[in-house]
Design a protein around this ligand. Structure first.
Ligand code: NAD
Length: 326
């Protein structure tokens, strides 16, 4: 069996397979997480933006109380939302988020996007995600990435986060952070599936000791279920589960197309964090280290790449206020 963790630049071990918490309803999150731990999951990928940190934390706490796991066997990743990039807000939010999980510390804290939005008081905020009003206004703010990164480093100093990293960043900003980082840039979380393989970004990160985690490993599958503005790009795109090279490999090894897509990433030392609310799929998605694809099979799947990004705020936000991936 292949190695089941990645060693981060911080020295900590991160599981290669985890469970993604985006779109897991608040009402069921505690039970979903508890059942995921029972199924064998140890890494949970959350975010302030997903609005279920407290409930996910309750599921983990229940598993610890019932003796299923210890705190040190669990790895929680969570993310700083864009409205909280200023030094004082980043620190306050991390403490608040850590308290919501109720697990004493955050294993990995990521900057969710490389863009700052104007502050919104979390106690009174009405709009989730990017908006500040009913008409969908997005209000950027001028906060240098360095200010936010240094605030995150102080979280490591204070034991609030064990490792820190970023999400949705590209090579230029990674090189820049590395010039001033006092604590290592341990991780990069990006959209990564055969329609958006980003081979050079993955290579750059791995060459620089930055562990890569793939999100939305199943490509369009996660986006077709969203409201129209967000699903526009995914609609009409053939599912990766049906793509010929994926089906061929699935048939050869007697595994599902979902497992092939996850193994395509983990075999290249890229962590995955699939999300499922279904117990059978949850177990299936965890079992993705026990078979190997040939180099030719990996290449045939990578050849599906068409630079197709589904999680692109530059495309789905009204009036295109931000072009993060330009
Ligand atoms: P995903 O690729 O995990 O796909 C989820 C979809 O696939 C759901 O519709 C689910 O029902 C279906 N599915 C799950 N297992 C399946 C199986 N075995 N067979 C068939 N269908 C299956 O998509 P995701 O939720 O977008 O990404 C995973 C996680 O990544 C998120 O939950 C979140 O934690 C993280 N994420 C991070 C960012 C970011 O900006 N950093 C963005 C998106 C997602």
């Amino acid at each position: 069996m292949a190695k089941s963790t990645i060693t981060l630049a911080s020295g900590k071990e991160m599981p290669l397979v985890g469970f993604g918490l985006w779109k897991v309803p608040k009402e069921t999150a505690a039970d979903t997480v508890y059942n995921a731990i029972k199924a064998g999951y140890r890494l949970f990928d959350g975010a302030y933006d997903y609005q279920n940190e407290k409930e996910a934390g309750e599921g983990i706490q229940r598993a610890i109380t019932n003796g299923l796991v210890t705190r040190s066997e669990i790895f929680i990743t969570t993310k700083l939302w864009n409205n909280y990039h200023r030094r004082e807000h980043a620190i306050e939010m991390a403490k608040r988020q850590s308290d919501a999980w109720g697990l004493g510390y955050i294993d990995l804290f990521l900057m969710h996007f490389p863009c700052a939005l104007k502050y919104i008081d979390p106690a009174t905020r009405q709009y989730p995600a990017w908006w500040i009003d009913d008409s969908g206004t997005v209000a950027p703010d001028n906060v240098p990435i360095r200010e936010t990164w240094e605030a995150m480093e102080s979280l490591v100093d204070d034991g609030i986060a064990c490792s820190i990293g970023v999400s949705n960043f590209q090579a230029q900003s990674l090189y820049d952070i590395k010039t001033y980082a006092r604590h290592p840039l341990s991780a990069l979380q990006i959209e990564h599936h055969p329609y958006l393989a980003q081979p050079e970004l993955v290579q750059m990160a791995q060459e620089n000791g930055i562990a890569v985690t793939a999100y939305s490993s199943f490509g369009p599958q996660s986006f077709v279920e969203l409201p129209p503005a967000f699903s526009k790009r995914a609609r009409g795109i053939p599912l990766l589960f049906d793509a010929e090279p994926v089906r061929a490999v699935a048939g050869k090894y007697g595994v599902s197309p979902a497992r092939v897509l996850l193994r395509w990433a983990t075999q290249r030392n890229i962590a995955v964090i699939p999300k499922s609310n279904n117990q059978t799929r949850l177990a299936e998605n965890l079992d993705v280290l026990g078979f190997d694809l040939t180099t030719e099979e990996i290449e045939a799947i990578t050849a599906l790449d068409r630079g197709l990004r589904f999680n692109d705020p530059g495309f789905y936000l009204p009036d295109y206020p931000l072009r993060i991936f330009a």
